[in-house]
Design a protein around this ligand. Structure first.
Ligand code: GDP
Ligand code: IMO
Ligand code: MG
Length: 428
């Protein structure tokens, strides 16, 4: 089972970091393929918590080679800060490989992200403000700066930066009333990272494909999630990349024939950060209870996450479009203590029942959840290590979600710790 994708099936923060870590030292390469430091992936080992933004969470497993693929956008200051913080905690990061084709988040991308969000007012997306959208826009616009540009001549890099800031300076001055960006300063800053970055720059498609040829296990660690995907998500309330399974191929240079498993990570309830439709959102005590009990505050921005009950239509749509072979269900332990648990099994849109997510955003925005009440349980399940350790009601809840989502649930998270999981089917 050498090529495995781990990806989010809802709106992010499902526990991808923990699920990645779960695969442990059987993984040879751990690869980020999309997004940037908008992600926040938590891993808890021996009671110590690590939050990874740009580095793959699998970097904590010393046997695996960590890789940042071409589909990722890299803020170099964040990369080195994150590496230094891990080095300080005794984690070996010396083996990190970075694609020469990955795009760089420059200071002006962060500026553009912030000013456009502020300017949008009520129409804002609620981005993380990390410059993600503007960097991907430049990539698609063919005026991006790539890792390899830092190793070209200074003149060539300068010309590329000039091309990238030309229009932005007009906008900044005339629309946003901000100071112009100076190309010299940008070039200076980017080049200040070049020496440290150089030894990491690798022909990552070749590295990964040769690894697969040799039977190595490559884990593609998704950031964000299906419903934040720029093509498949709740557009325009999405991120600007493809966190979906196809993104693992375009974002690394590994063909679809080499992917053996796609594991969708799903939280046992639903959360979302930022703006956009969320049919099962709870703006009441129950939502507050989920947020407090589940500790639902953003790892990247600290924002309180919007919370609601499990929406089977959301995860089912992700399972279909990504070909999930398995689901890893996280945070089941958080639901202990409820008499019954509502599960959204369909939507009502203007009096019409929808058994699948509607294909138009306008319908989704007007969807009211139709709930099925599933019996809850009161036992603390954080110590469960096998399916049989779970109370019958918890087992039935899992089985019902499996039926509704159309993919087998192969693992269950019962706490944040590395050991707090129930495995039903081997993920490798
Ligand atoms: P990611 O972005 O998908 O990696 O998820 P985040 O790290 O942003 O958010 C998931 C949060 O839930 C983190 O604080 C994890 O430590 C925690 N977590 C993950 N799995 C479980 C679980 O099964 N039970 C509990 N209680 N916490 C979990
Ligand atoms: P992980 O990998 C949750 C959301 C933002 C915003 C939208 C666009 O930890 O699951 P962006 O800065 O990407 O342009 O913001 O996407 N978002 C996330 N929400 N988890 C994430 O990552 C996210 N990354 C981006 O809140 O709504
Ligand atoms: Mg997160």
């Amino acid at each position: 089972m050498p090529g495995i994708i781990v990806m989010g099936s809802q709106w992010g923060d499902e526990g991808k970091g923990k699920a990645t870590d779960q695969l442990g030292d059987r993984v040879d390469f751990t690869v980020r393929y999309s997004g940037g430091n908008n992600a926040g992936h938590t891993v808890v080992v021996n009671g110590e918590s690590y939050a990874m933004h740009l580095l793959p969470a699998g970097i904590l497993n010393e046997k695996a080679t960590p890789v940042i693929g071409n589909g990722v956008v890299i803020d170099l200051s964040v990369l080195f800060e994150e590496m230094d913080a891990l080095i300080e905690r005794g984690v070996d990061v010396s083996n990190l490989k970075v694609s020469s084709a990955a795009h760089i988040i420059a200071p002006y991308h962060r500026t553009m992200d912030k000013v456009t969000e502020r300017f949008a007012g009520k129409r804002r997306i609620g981005t993380t403000g990390r410059g993600i959208g503007p960097t991907y826009s430049d990539k698609i616009n063919r005026i991006g700066i790539r890792v390899q540009d830092l190793f070209d001549s200074r003149e060539n890099l300068h010309a590329k930066v000039e091309a990238a800031i030309d229009q932005k300076n007009q906008l900044l001055a005339k629309v946003y009333n901000r100071r112009a960006i100076e190309a010299d300063r940008v070039v200076e800053e980017l080049l200040s990272y070049a020496d440290r970055l150089k030894p990491m720059v690798t022909d990552t498609p070749r590295l990964l494909n040769e690894g697969l040829d040799a039977g190595k296990v490559v884990l593609f660690e998704g950031a964000q999630a299906h419903h934040l995907d720029v093509d498949h998500g709740t557009y325009p309330y999405v991120t600007s990349s493809n966190p979906t399974a196809g993104g693992a191929c375009t974002g690394t240079g590994v063909g679809p024939t080499r992917i053996d498993r796609v594991i969708g990570i799903a939280k046992a309830y639903t959360t979302r950060v930022g703006e956009g439709p969320f049919p099962t959102e709870l703006n009441d005590e129950a939502g507050e209870w989920l947020r407090t009990t589940g500790g639902e505050f953003g790892v990247t921005t600290g924002r309180p996450r919007r919370c609601g009950w499990f929406d089977a239509l959301v995860v089912e749509a992700a399972a279909v479009a990504n070909g999930f072979t398995d689901i890893f269900l996280t945070k089941l332990d958080i639901l202990s203590g409820l008499d019954t648990i509502p599960v959204c099994v369909a939507y009502d849109v203007n009096g019409v029942r929808h058994d699948h997510m509607p294909m138009n955003q306008r319908d989704l925005a007007m969807a009211t959840p139709i709930y099925e009440e599933v019996p809850g349980w009161h036992e603390d399940i954080s110590g469960a290590r096998s399916f049989e350790d779970l109370p019958i009601a918890a087992r039935d809840y899992v089985k019902r979600l499996e039926e509704l989502c159309g993919a087998r649930i192969s693992g269950i998270g019962v706490g944040p710790g590395r050991e707090q999981a129930v495995m039903i089917n081997d993920l490798l």
